[in-house]
Design a protein around this ligand. Structure first.
Ligand code: AMP
Ligand code: MG
Length: 410
């Protein structure tokens, strides 16, 4: 059976970067930049005051008092020079008037009519509280490279430079088709033998957390007609994630119907637990769609979405090699894994005194989604055996979890 590494490598070979588009910078958070950004301006664009106070000539400060000859607020343009013996009242952000070479903060002054007295013991040097044009960045300076994932700071920087639109790789559209005769929509009461379609909202949430746009297609029954219809609809998206129907049961028809829809199988089954039956392929055609068949058990679906769909969406967006999604942490207590396959066990990641610690939760198996609400990560145990407290293990932080909000609880 395929190893996890081999599966990632096949995903990397199959998924190619999506098309580019221009979006308003205010909608670019989390998107991947598809252009180089070079500064077109100096920043700040003019010498400006960093304090509310007075623009003076540093050499004059020893004088008994200076005459206040004007006022400058942010957004105004200086109309007058500062001559010897003069000061101009100035606010933070206002341009420095010609002649002035230092700002004296208001806290260090006494004003009486138009006379300004500066605290005698205040050392005032040329350039005090003035930020010079271009201190932060200069015209022509390279700032951002293609492939950068845009954070709020980069959004701010682009806006500072006047990039109200930016060239990015947009979010991939990810169709989600849940399969199963036993499923009912979550707003309907399940009848005998039925369960709610909880995977659809969960996978939609995971896709959103992975930077994709989920397109839920509802439930397909385990019949060739229903599945073929749902698959045809899903193949118009950039990715299609199916839940259920990929195992060895009599009604696990998904691999066969994907083949009949012209989808090329890349792999089926990976050596891992939960999630062994996972299926991956690609449609042929002008705009290829990558298809994941996720096992229907909720934790299997969740784990396979984290381990395979997330990295595939990232590759579609940034074109970069798939990196292993884990960090290392020390086991808080001894743990025994009974599986000969690598196990991704729901766990809690915390930190104490600078060390990352991990503790598997009390999880019963791939059906047991409830246990995972106490988890914020998956701890990987590569083989059967007993792992002593303190052992370093691989840990995959779960997307959409605020690690800081759970750190230290329990
Ligand atoms: P399957 O992979 O189709 O064999 O399903 C495996 C198990 O997951 C079965 O117990 C299903 O009832 C359950 N299951 C399948 N699809 C869903 C779903 N969309 N939401 C919740 N449970 C599901
Ligand atoms: Mg099924």
């Amino acid at each position: 059976m395929l190893s996890l590494d081999a599966a990632w490598s096949l995903i990397e070979q199959t998924v190619t970067p999506g098309p580019m588009a221009c979006v308003p910078v205010s909608e670019a958070l989390g998107l991947v930049l598809a252009e180089s950004i070079v500064s077109g301006e100096d920043s700040p664009p003019f010498d400006k005051s960093m304090m509310d106070g007075f623009a003076v000539r540093a050499a004059d400060v020893a004088a008994d008092s200076l005459t206040i000859v004007g006022e400058l607020t942010a957004g105004q343009v200086p109309r007058r020079q500062v001559h010897a013996g003069e000061a101009i009242r100035i606010m933070t952000g206002a341009p420095i008037p010609t002649g002035a070479d230092a700002i004296v903060p208001i806290e260090s002054t006494v004003v009486s009519g138009d006379q300004l007295t500066i605290a005698a013991d205040l050392p005032v040097a040329i350039g005090d509280h003035i930020v010079r044009q271009g201190t932060s960045m200069r015209v022509g300076e390279p700032l951002l490279t293609p492939g950068t994932c845009l954070t709020p700071r980069q959004v701010g920087l682009l806006a500072e430079l006047g990039h109200h639109e930016v060239r990015v790789r947009p979010r991939p559209r990810v169709a989600i088709l849940t399969t199963g005769n036993e499923l009912v929509p979550i707003d309907q009461p399940p009848g005998p033998g039925q369960i709610r379609n909880s995977n659809e909202p969960m996978l939609c949430a995971q896709i959103t957390a992975c930077g994709g746009t989920p397109m839920p297609l509802g439930i397909a029954r385990d019949t060739p007609d229903d599945l073929a219809r749902g698959i045809a609809q899903g193949l118009t998206a950039d990715f299609l994630c199916l839940s259920g129907g990929v195992s060895a049961g009599k009604l696990d028809l998904v691999p066969q119907l994907l083949r009949e829809a012209g989808v090329k199988e890349v792999f089926h089954k990976v050596r891992l637990k939960p999630g062994k039956p996972v299926w991956f392929g690609q449609s042929t055609g002008e705009r290829p769609c990558c298809i994941f068949g996720l096992p229907g058990n909720p934790v299997s679906s969740m784990v396979c979405c984290e381990l395979f769909v997330g990295p595939a969406l990232a590759r579609w967006q940034d074109g970069a090699a798939i990196t292993k999604p884990w960090i290392t942490a020390r086991l808080v207590a001894e743990f025994t894994s009974t599986s000969d396959r690598p196990v991704f066990f729901p766990a809690r990641l915390t930190q104490a005194e600078g060390a990352m610690l991990v503790q598997p939760v009390n999880w019963q198996g791939s059906f047991d989604l409830r246990a995972t609400i106490d988890a914020n990560a998956l701890a990987c145990f590569s083989a059967a055996g007993t792992f002593a407290a303190g052992t370093l293990v691989h840990v995959v932080p779960l997307r959409g979890t605020n690690l800081f909000s759970v750190t230290g609880q329990k």
